[in-house]
Design a protein around this ligand. Sequence first.
Ligand code: SF4
Length: 330
Amino acid sequence: MSESYAMEQGASFSIGITPYYSQHVEHPALRKTIIPQETECRLNPGEWTDPLGEENHRATPHLIHTYPDKVLFLATPFCSTYCRYCTRSRMVGKPQEYRSTYEETYKYIEQHSEIRDVLISGGDPLTLSDAALEDILIRLRGISHVNIIRIGSKVPAVLPMRITPALAKLLRRYRVWLSLHFIHEAELTEETRFACNLLSEHGVSMISQTVLLKDINDSSAALTQLFYGLIQVDVKPYYLLQCDPVKGSAHFRTSVKKGIELIRSLHGNISGLAVPQYVIDAPGGGGKVPIIHSSQLKREGDDLLFENHEGKIYRYPDPLKAHQDNEVVS
Ligand code: SF4
């Protein structure tokens, strides 16, 4: 009912699922992360279509420059599977001009010697061909001040057969860090573990970002299984992200209190290597803020206020009524 209603209303953003993911990742909790729900059609208080304020920092049609030394290179709007909680749901899967205007983006990076770190994302860059990827990597590696090149991708989880020896060699040749996106241990299928092992054998460095999702991975046991599973395939859990307040995401968001409880339950109980940083990406563009204790947060109505690395105050919507565990963080 909820799914068909969402489809009829016109889901807020693109729908796409690989046949592999729909057939091989058999876990009931994951269904709502890929199939639109009725709740996705609403704009709830505190939600934005662009929760990180990226459009205010768009330097070229394909570049977001928020941090001084780091840029986000939007290489393609295409993903092979569209996650219903995606921060960039406003643009992924939607027609845009690309490639034709990369030149302006390369020039911008060349002219800004403070840029050390380029995160190639989108969309999912591993949906590009090897040749298209190599074109980008050649240009970026030709810029002497670019030190770190990362690619953000969910492909090993949703389309693991895309990870070929040729792709692994290409990523290693240009010293690319892969920033992978996993949300549940069920995604670590035989095929996905094979893909990660292939990348590891070719010397590709891998980290993982996990979005904390209500009723999907918001338990100590689920996170422990996922993080240990990632370590076993040489992927370092890097961030546990509080779900961004993107339009229609209320049903995915846990309270921040729950996030703090979960990360504290992991510290000291599992290997430190398997514990990521729990962060809130400050809505509006304040950057990622590691959260370790409730003393960092101040409640103001249904919002939590916290400081970023510059001492600026940001607010995250954390409605008391929406959470069963609605104790006040003071
Ligand atoms: S793979 Fe990444 S960019 Fe694509 S829909 Fe999922 S979260 Fe968004």
